[in-house]
Design a protein around this ligand. Structure first.
Ligand SMILES: [Zn+2]
Length: 390
């Protein structure tokens, strides 16, 4: 999109071009949080002098603030980063899991200013889940009474494209409660987006994210953006077929990846009942546990090698319950990827476990809003955030 803006404004008069470049810098900061002037030069392709002049104007206008980035390992001056003025407003992110809701509030500078989770029984109807979530969100926001809410981003477990009534009910509940724009998406996909913004794949534009829990979902992030696909179902790694004569999957196909690597299957195969128990058995190098995780890792790696070859992506993040197995799972996934990816890509293979923990889906809700240019921040600029003030 930025490239299009750039091309479109190349022949325009100077003030219009300047506004476009300014919007470009603000868009970069909104998507990535903080950035140094050198990073803005790299990201935008603008000259150092242009970035300096534009950021000086944005600082004077209070749209951008200077943040110090502490780096204990670095001697000398702390490098200065720029961020959107946090007083521009807040974003709420929510994640409706099967048995709990998570809420995160973050400001325009990507700082998390509040978070909370509440459990509910699996059988809880959506109306009750929404009421619990709205109360929790109000409590989190109540800790920031002066901040204007810009929008709400909500993740929902499972496919959302085949449950329009549920999505509509959630949107209505939050629109009525907060009177702002509401965006929704699958929570596994949002967890992947959050890992690419704040977590294990921060700074990496192209990422394959797989969430390994009771269900197996994921996200395809290309050029820093979630790839959704024609029917909004992209990233369904769990329903890639490994064996057309395999077990029946809940999606009605046979031999899907999810049938073999959902957490319950791996635990049963490993002869344990919890992921912590499996990790302990792996630490003791018990053959049954090792075989279960090696086979799961090989199957996951095979599916990712196919996706990675088609999309030319070699960075993988493993999330969900099985991510707690860390290197025990990463190793067979990495080995299988390296074996089956195109030889040109093997040196670039990176496999990591997720870093954001339980609030990953709610953080993804925040990122969903921050990455949506149709949502504007409208909050007032408070004096304490203006340049020159402490
Ligand atoms: Zn399936």
């Amino acid at each position: 999109m930025l490239t299009e803006w750039r091309a479109g404004f190349q022949a325009d008069p100077v003030p219009q071009r300047r506004r476009a470049h300014e919007a470009w810098l603000l868009e970069h900061l909104r998507r990535h949080g903080r950035a140094s002037r050198a990073e803005l030069v790299d990201a935008t392709g603008l000259s150092r002098a242009t970035v300096s002049a534009l950021t000086a104007d944005l600082l004077a206008a209070g749209k951008v603030v200077v943040t110090e980035t502490p780096d204990p390992g670095r001697l000398g001056r702390t490098p200065q980063s720029l961020a959107l003025n946090p007083a521009a407003g807040l974003v709420l992110g929510l994640d409706f899991g099967h048995t709990r809701v998570g809420v995160v509030a973050a400001d325009a500078a990507h700082e998390i200013v509040g978070s909370a989770t509440r459990p509910y029984p699996r059988s809880t109807p959506w109306e009750t889940r929404c009421a619990i979530a709205v109360r929790l969100a109000r409590k989190v926001l109540g800790e920031q009474p002066d901040a204007a809410l810009a929008a709400v981003g909500i993740g929902i477990a499972g496919s959302i494209s085949d449950r329009p009534a549920v999505v509509e009910a959630i949107r209505e509940a939050f629109t009525a409660a907060f009177g702002v724009a509401v965006r929704t998406d699958n929570n596994a996909r949002l967890a992947g987006l959050a890992e690419s913004v704040w977590g294990a794949a921060r700074g990496t534009p192209d990422v394959l994210y797989v969430r390994l829990s009771s269900g197996v979902g994921g996200a395809v992030i290309l050029d820093g953006r979630v790839h959704r696909g024609r029917g909004d179902t992209a990233g369904e790694f769990g329903h890639v077929c490994l064996d057309p004569t395999g077990p029946l999957c809940r999606c009605s196909n046979r031999g899907c990846l999810e049938c073999y690597v959902r957490v319950e299957s791996v635990l049963a195969h490993g002869g344990v009942t919890t992921v912590a128990g499996l990790a302990e058995a792996l630490d003791r190098d018990e053959p049954r546990a090792r075989a279960a995780v090696t086979e799961a890792g090989q199957r996951i790696g095979l599916v990712l090698a196919g996706a990675g070859s088609v999309l030319d992506v070699a960075t993988v993040v493993l999330g969900g319950d099985l991510a707690a197995l860390r290197e025990h799972l990463v190793r067979p996934v990495r080995q299988t990827l390296a074996r089956h990816l195109h030889p040109d890509k093997v040196d670039d293979v990176t496999v990591r476990t997720a870093e954001l923990g339980d609030l990953d889906g709610a953080l993804g809700g925040v990122a969903l809003v921050l990455h949506d240019p149709s949502i504007a921040f409208t909050g007032p600029l408070s004096p304490r955030h203006l340049p020159g003030s402490a």
